[in-house]
Structure formats: C-alpha cells, structure tokens
Design a binder for this molecule. Structure first.
Ligand SMILES: [Fe+2]
Length: 418
C-alpha cells in the first residue's frame, strides 16, 4: 500500500475563475492548470488504496473507487469531448454503459448496485482511460477556436466541480467499506476532526426579509439559483456544532429507546437497523469506539458528532428542546459570520426539504439531470466536511441526502426560537 497522504496539503482548489478581462491564452492556461490540479487530487486520494480496495462496493449507495475514477472521466468524455471535439475518439465503446451514473439522456447504463462486480476493465485500464481523456481535454483547451471558448470553459468548470464531489464520495465510500473489515484498515493515520467549542452559545440571526442563493461571479450549481427573498422569523442559532459529549448524554438519557422523540419513519428505521449510536460507533469493554479514516479510535467527546442521519439529528434536537435550522436561517447566519466550523468539519442537516428555489428551471439536455430531478424526498445539508476538497465549499451550497443516510460526514447544529 502506498504511503498515506495528508489530505489538506494535497487538496486542489477549483472554485476560482480567471480574472475579469483576461486574454484567451491566459484563460486557456488557467483552465489547464485547474484541470490538472483537480484530476491530480482524485489520484492522490486513490493512492493509499490497493487494487483490491478500489474494487469493493460495500452497499448499493457506495461506489468502488475505481468506478469513481472512471465515472468522472466519462463525464468529461461524454459532455465535453464528444460534443466539442470532432477529432476525439471514444477510448472504449463499452465504457459509457459502465460509467454513466444516472444520465438517462446520455444512454443506457449499468445497474448501480452491481458496480462492485466489474473487475474488468481493471485498474490499469482505468488509468489509461484517465490519461487518454486528460490529454484530449488539455488539447481541446489549447486549440479550440475563440468563438467556442466560453461554452467549453463552462463545461470544463462543471466537470471539475463534479469531480470534486466524487472526491468526497471516494472517502465516504472507502470508509464504509473499511468499516465492514474486522481488521479496521487505516486510510490516513493523521485523520482527526477538529474539536468543537466547549460552551454552547446561541446568537440571534437577522430576521425579516433576507436574500438567499448564489450572489457573486463565482461558480454555482443550478440548484443555488435564482437568488430570491425569504421571510425569516426571529430565531437563534448555535455557534458550535453538537459534540460527541452531548450525543453521549442523549444516548444515556434513552435517546435511541424513546419513540416519542422520533419521527415515525425514523423510529421504524432505527428499530429495523438496530441503531443505538451514530454510524460506525462500536461498544467495546464498556467504552464507545468509532471507525474513522484513521482506523478504529476511542470516541472523542470533544469532536463533533458525525455519521448521524436526519432522523437522528431531528430526534436529538427534540430531546434538547431545540430545532434544526432551516437552510435559509443557516445561510443567513453564515453570511453574518455568526457560526464556528461553518465549513470543513461536518455537513449540517437542516430541517429544509430539498426543493427548487422559486423560478428554478433545470437546464436543457442531459446536464439538466444534474440536480433538478432529485428535488423530492431529500433533506438539505449546509456547510462542508473534512472530506470536502479545499475550495469546493461556499455559503450558498446545497448538499442533499435521504433522511436515513448516515455514511456521509453529517453532523448537527441546533437552533431555537425566541
Ligand atoms: Fe457523478
């Protein structure tokens, strides 16, 4: 196995754009460098993993690392190279079927729960696929005519943000796989979440009519638009994330055995799945341990709680006599700089359903499938996590998962009403 990496050093930012008014050659250089950085980060995250590690699919929601590396490559091939480079040759005609995720408009695709059965193409084939597409994208950016530049840069940019999303999934998915392994493999011995502040303080969030959504010249996904006004009630939000110490108090007080604290669907899942603690927690010799990317560790009471579902977050808030913030409350508080650990620690569940903003329209064509078709039955998370690539986070970012999901780096911030 390769030497473990220290992720923060290797994180590659891509949210920046060329300065306004930059000439075309400067823009070409900018995007080639951004492309190189983000593609290298994917490989850096895969580097500590063996060939065998990269094949496994531990549950239908998680994908093999090899699949992630190939799928993000297919994204550039399908949406950038095929439509824009007449000279481009598809690397392997079988790959679009294997590595299309959910884009119905892009053609038929392999069943998601069976991605772990694809031992061939092997890792070397996927590395060659990546190199083929890397060279073609670089060549396209270097040689495309000026009148195509804006449209091509736009697809390069979304492809890089897409690849960064998969970089986070690579870590959440390999952690789930390693958590099934009794030898508790270590991905990165230095993986440690920062501590949360000891004192829980609530601060007033600006109320009344507030503007929500993406508001500057930088990149945003379509689900962050259009910017619009909302009416916020008077409320207060916790500066700090909920800690493991607070979660242990919830557990000791019967949090997982008191049905009145739970939403009905959540209680059903908690019973069926035997939930007694957050995801990856294990009780050994009377003490709680947790599987992390640094292997199994004693639960650190000062770390933020992580790997809790929306259902658990909601039950905890009810037990504490509080609420989860809405995504609009969270965004307003973050814009007012009221929060600690806004980004880079754990994603924070909100009580907001993942819905289109007023006036939202998905783009035409296959890329319109990126966000819009998932706007039902999921809940919004805000912030970003320790696994999020540097530069990928922003205050208007809307992450979303189904309420029972707990394999992501998901935690809790509370709110209260005056
Ligand atoms: Fe994807």
């Amino acid at each position: 196995m390769a030497t473990p990496i220290i992720l923060p050093v290797l994180r590659g930012a891509s949210s920046a754009r060329p300065r306004a008014g930059a000439d075309l050659d400067s823009q070409r250089s900018f995007w080639i460098e951004a492309f190189r950085r983000v593609r290298a980060e994917t490989e850096a995250r895969a580097a500590p993993l063996s060939v065998e590690d990269q094949i496994v699919q531990s549950m239908p929601d998680a994908s093999p690392i090899k699949w992630h590396r190939a799928h993000v490559t297919w994204f550039f091939e399908q949406f950038l190279l095929v439509p824009n480079d007449p000279a481009y040759t598809i690397f392997d005609q079988r790959f679009p079927f294997l590595f299309n995720s959910y884009y119905v408009a892009a053609g038929p695709r392999h069943a998601r729960p069976q991605r772990g059965l694809i031992t061939r193409p092997n890792g070397e084939d996927v590395a060659a696929y990546r190199a083929h597409v890397d060279a073609a994208v670089t060549n396209l950016i270097e040689t495309m005519p000026a009148d195509k530049a804006a449209a091509i840069f736009e697809i390069v940019e979304i492809g890089l943000h897409h690849e960064q999303q998969h970089q986070e999934l690579m870590l959440t998915d390999i952690l789930h796989a390693f958590a099934q392994n009794p030898t508790n493999p270590v991905y990165d011995a230095g993986w440690r979440p920062p501590h949360v502040g000891a004192k829980q303080e609530y601060v007033s969030v600006p109320s009344g009519i507030r503007s929500i959504g993406h508001d500057d010249e930088g990149f945003a996904f379509d689900n962050e638009l259009p910017r619009h006004d909302v009416l916020l009630p008077k409320m207060r939000i916790a500066r700090e994330l909920v800690s493991n110490r607070e979660w242990l108090a919830f557990m000791t007080d019967g949090g997982y055995t008191t049905p009145s604290l739970w939403l009905s669907d959540g209680w059903t899942i908690a019973q069926n799945e035997g939930w007694q603690a957050p995801g990856y927690w294990r009780e050994r010799d009377g003490a709680w341990h947790v599987m992390t990317l640094a292997g199994e560790q004693p639960v650190d009471p000062d770390a933020p709680v992580c790997h809790v579902s929306y259902f658990e977050a909601e039950a905890f808030a009810r037990w504490a006599g509080k609420h989860l913030p809405s995504e609009q409350e969270w965004e307003t508080a973050a814009r007012a700089d009221l929060l600690q650990q806004t980004f880079g620690t754990v994603w924070q569940w909100t009580r907001s359903a993942y819905l289109p903003y007023p006036g939202y329209r998905a783009a035409e064509g296959a890329l319109g499938e990126y966000n819009g078709k998932f706007m039902v039955s999921q809940m919004v998370l805000r912030g970003s996590s320790l696994a999020t690539p540097y530069g990928h986070e922003r205050v208007s970012y809307r992450n979303f998962f189904y309420p029972p999901a707990r394999w992501q780096f998901t935690g809790v911030r509370l709110a209260e009403f005056n």
